[in-house]
Design a binder for this molecule. Structure first.
Ligand code: FRU
Length: 544
């Protein structure tokens, strides 16, 4: 070579192993930080499963699993790029019927105990939130094979009460159109797409395939979301602009047609319509300053105005517009306003097809908070019910934890009678707790500052500025008739604060100390009054 006599480095070639699939899971050793290898698992006659993995050559941090139960009895060829044939990583791949190394599943130190997180790997956005036949479906952006973002699949979990979730096998795998980015799901009650084969109504996911370029596709299920088929003629909406993505589809009853909100590029979104989910026509555009990705678009009743509704539009950061929709075009009347404040919530989505008798608009956000050292990463926020209310500052969305959360409250909450709260005193001094759900109504009186200690995390209310702070995050909470009302939720890696019935929605991703179980309430500068104070310990939502 021109450089001298050194021979070019010899890169290892691809290495291959063939195994007979006999058990439910193929276990793959992961070492976070190891070089990324491309792994391709092929079973004859099936689309290959292809992904990047930090394959552990030495002691793994944790074992990723691939559910191969639908291939039992067949041969699988496992190919790994740039790896020696005798590599320990490839050799140590094995099979089991239980997830390997999961004896402690859901009891890991940083595992959220009443919030959803994936058993293994990474999760980001909630996707495809839909209710059908008594089940809430939560799909989500998922890397099954790594602690960090990558290999986007749609993970899947179901619940009958929004609190106890059961994780199912991944619903959508990357395919020839790309990895599976965010999107939504609908029940096709009128079989408009023609996918129905039996008695069940089809569930249809509308997702982004993040190939080059990004396009929008469909997958459907005729068995209540257990088996998923990709539509053969994907994409249904070919590339429109930029990295267009994250289709949110809803049914528009007045004109019996589908609507799709889609992120286009810059701060711009498109509204599209379709009669069958397969052919889409663009109707209009919406721009929201400083906002990208993950559109939400829904109609919501206006509290206290029987029969009156508004439409809400927001993007990934939750900055929402309130306005009207005429079937083609959304016209904003107010906003943008932040739906949530704090350091962690993003890309929230609301459920489609909640039954009319229930009528709630229920939202789940992604809790963008890292769980170092764990075999999983990130979480979902607690599901909240949204309401739209006329306030002295204009139309505002209120968010409040769904009532189902109360089923986790331990038998006897710690209840304080109405009483003065004097400087220097802590009426909760005798209380210790782990997972907490606190309801408080405090009259400010002469105090200049009020607050709580939640296992070492301070919640402070500065009376002069009306700022409610949680650790380093803060937001305005106006007192009403000299009082503030708070709902505080404490889990292993999050604190959620709902002020004045959810007018303030302030959340904090934080690692709550494993050792400090203290709880406190205090006033400074003068006496306040406790009108209501109930401290409930919550049970874990995970099986014992
Ligand atoms: C938002 C987002 C989406 C995209 C997905 C990829 O967090 O960037 O726009 O579809 O995540 O995982």
């Amino acid at each position: 070579t021109l450089q001298g006599d050194q021979p070019p480095p010899v890169l290892p070639q691809d290495a291959t192993r063939v195994v007979t699939l006999e058990q439910r899971y193929l276990n793959l050793p992961v070492k976070t930080g190891a070089p990324l290898r491309r792994m391709i698992v092929t079973v004859a006659g099936k689309p290959p499963r292809e992904f990047d993995i930090e394959l552990a050559d030495g002691e793994p941090d944790w074992w990723a699993f691939m559910d191969v139960s639908s291939f039992t009895g067949q041969l699988a060829t496992i190919k790994v790029s740039k790896t020696r044939q005798d590599s320990n990583g490839l050799r140590s791949i094995d099979q089991s019927d239980e997830i390997k190394g999961a004896q402690n599943l859901y009891r890991e130190t940083l595992r959220p105990q009443f919030h959803f997180s994936s058993r293994r790997g990474w999760n980001n956005d909630p996707n495809g939130l839909v209710f059908y036949q008594g089940e809430y479906h939560l799909f989500y952006q998922h890397n099954p094979y790594g602690w960090s973002w990558g290999n986007m699949h749609w993970g899947h979990a179901t619940s009958t009460d929004l609190i106890h979730w059961k994780e199912l096998p991944a619903a959508l795998y990357p395919d020839e159109h790309g990895t599976m980015f965010s999107g939504s799901a609908v029940v096709d009650w009128n079989n408009t797409a023609g996918f129905q084969t039996g008695e069940e109504k089809p569930l249809i996911c509308i997702f982004t395939a993040a190939g080059s370029p990004f396009s929008q596709g469909l997958a459907f299920s005729n068995d209540r979301g257990r088996v998923w088929n990709k539509y053969a003629n994907n994409p249904v909406l070919p590339h429109v602009a930029g990295e267009n993505r994250d289709p949110k589809v809803v049914w528009y009853q007045p004109e019996k047609k589908w609507l799709m909100a889609l992120y286009l590029e810059g701060n711009t979104y498109g509204l599209f319509t379709s009669s069958d989910l397969k052919k889409w026509e663009k109707m209009s555009e919406i721009t929201i300053a400083d906002t990208t990705e993950c559109p939400e678009f829904f109609e919501i009743p206006l509290d206290g105005h029987r029969g009156e509704t508004r439409w809400v539009f927001y993007g990934g950061n939750g900055h929402y517009l309130v306005g009207s929709f005429d079937g083609r075009k959304f016209t904003a009347e107010s906003g943008p306003q932040p739906l949530h404040l704090g350091n962690s919530w993003y890309a929230s989505q609301t459920f489609n097809d909640i039954p009319r008798e229930d009528g709630r608009r229920i939202l789940i956000p992604w809790g963008t908070f890292a769980t170092p050292g764990m075999s999983f990463n990130q979480m979902m926020g607690i599901p909240v019910e949204l309401r739209l209310r006329e306030t002295s500052d204009g139309l505002r969305l209120l968010a409040y934890p769904v009532k189902e959360l109360e089923s986790l409250r331990a038998q006897a909450p710690y209840l304080l009678r109405a009483q003065p709260l004097l400087p220097g005193e802590n009426p909760l001094a005798g209380v210790k707790g782990d997972l907490l759900d606190i309801v408080a109504e405090l009259a400010i009186g002469q105090a200049t500052e009020l607050g709580f200690n939640l296992r070492g995390v301070p919640v402070t209310y500065d009376v002069a500025t009306q700022q409610l702070g949680v650790k380093d995050q803060s937001a305005t909470l106006k007192r009403v008739d000299g009082k503030i009302r708070l709902r505080l939720l404490v889990d292993r890696t999050s604190i959620e604060v709902f002020g004045n019935d959810g007018l303030l929605y302030l959340t904090l991703g934080t690692i709550v100390s494993g050792h400090d179980h203290s709880v406190g309430v205090y006033a400074k500068g003068g006496a306040a009054t406790i009108d209501v104070l109930e401290v409930s310990e919550l049970k874990s939502a995970w099986p014992p």
